[in-house]
Design a protein around this ligand. Structure first.
Ligand SMILES: CC(C)(COP(=O)(O)OP(=O)(O)OC[C@H]1O[C@@H](n2cnc3c(N)ncnc32)[C@H](O)[C@@H]1OP(=O)(O)O)[C@@H](O)C(=O)NCCC(=O)NCCS
Length: 240
């Protein structure tokens, strides 16, 4: 199923109707105009049930390849403009089915296109891939030969990051795949994962990494990290 982007386009508020008919609401609506969600069919975190109730059939249709809904209603046939079902403050969403994420090498011009992706290392960064989704950069992966004395001949995943709203869509795995294609063949690939980040550790384990027992503090403010290794069998000259 394709990834769909759900963008908050307009937020109406019928205060007179609320004053007359509605009981006080502690959290009437947490959305903000311009907010963006991505989904491969599941209700995205932070999107309320009311919105998902009306959006989900359109996400399912467009995500599975439907186009030109209602006899060519939308200029972009792979999209729909749909509102949530709150009659006091309807929110209009643009639902768009996107092409699969594009994984490509980082380019110098990307410095100005990172948006809210916190890419810290803005020195020339040759060994990095970025992930583009709907023409926006949503993540990156920096890789290099391992700097560890006891892991000579290994590659290293230096860092990998996906915007929170684009996590869980398979983009991190694609970035790792791309880095692996550059780092292998070799003795294997390592990554230093923050000890207190079970989500990252689970992601790397799912990919086939295993902790090798090494541990160190990479950045004082970030706490300890554990080393995880893909293909840690020391007796193998090449990955199997
Ligand atoms: C960790 C991170 C890179 C994962 O990227 P992602 O795009 O969300 O992950 P994907 O959707 O590509 O997941 C790929 C696979 O890993 C699995 N996976 C992801 N997180 C997992 C976890 N915590 N435990 C077990 N499996 C996990 C997925 O289920 C998926 O499995 P599948 O291929 O069988 O369907 C991303 O969540 C992130 O950027 N987190 C914040 C930054 C960070 O922690 N970076 C790592 C620091 S070293």
């Amino acid at each position: 199923m394709k990834i769909c982007r759900l963008s908050v386009m307009r937020m109406a508020n019928y205060a007179d109707l609320s004053a007359q008919y509605e009981n006080p609401q502690p959290h009437p609506c947490d959305l903000t105009q311009g907010q963006v969600f991505y989904t491969r069919g599941r209700q995205p975190a932070g999107l309320c049930d009311s919105a998902w109730a009306t959006l989900s059939p359109f996400v399912m249709a467009l995500g599975n390849g439907a186009a030109g809904l209602y006899d060519g209603w939308m200029k972009d046939p792979a999209s729909a403009m749909v509102s949530c079902n709150d009659g006091f403050r309807p929110v209009s969403f643009l639902v768009e089915a996107l092409e699969e994420p594009l994984i490509r090498p980082l380019e110098p011009e990307d410095a100005d296109r990172m948006g809210d992706v916190p890419f810290a290392a803005w020195q020339p960064q040759e060994m990095a891939f970025v992930a583009e989704l709907g023409e926006k950069i949503v993540g990156f992966c920096v890789y290099r030969p391992s700097r560890d004395e006891d892991r000579k001949g290994f590659g290293e995943i230096d860092s990998i990051y996906i915007l929170k709203r684009a996590q869980g869509l398979g983009i991190g795995k694609r970035l790792l795949d791309a880095a692996f294609r550059e780092l292998l063949p070799g003795l294997g690939v390592t990554v230093w994962a923050p000890k207190e980040n079970p989500s990252a550790i689970g992601f790397f384990e799912n990919y086939g990494f295993q902790a090798d027992g090494a541990e160190k503090v990479l950045h004082p403010e970030k706490g300890a990290a554990i080393r995880m290794v893909w293909n840690s069998r020391e007796d193998l000259p090449w990955p199997i």
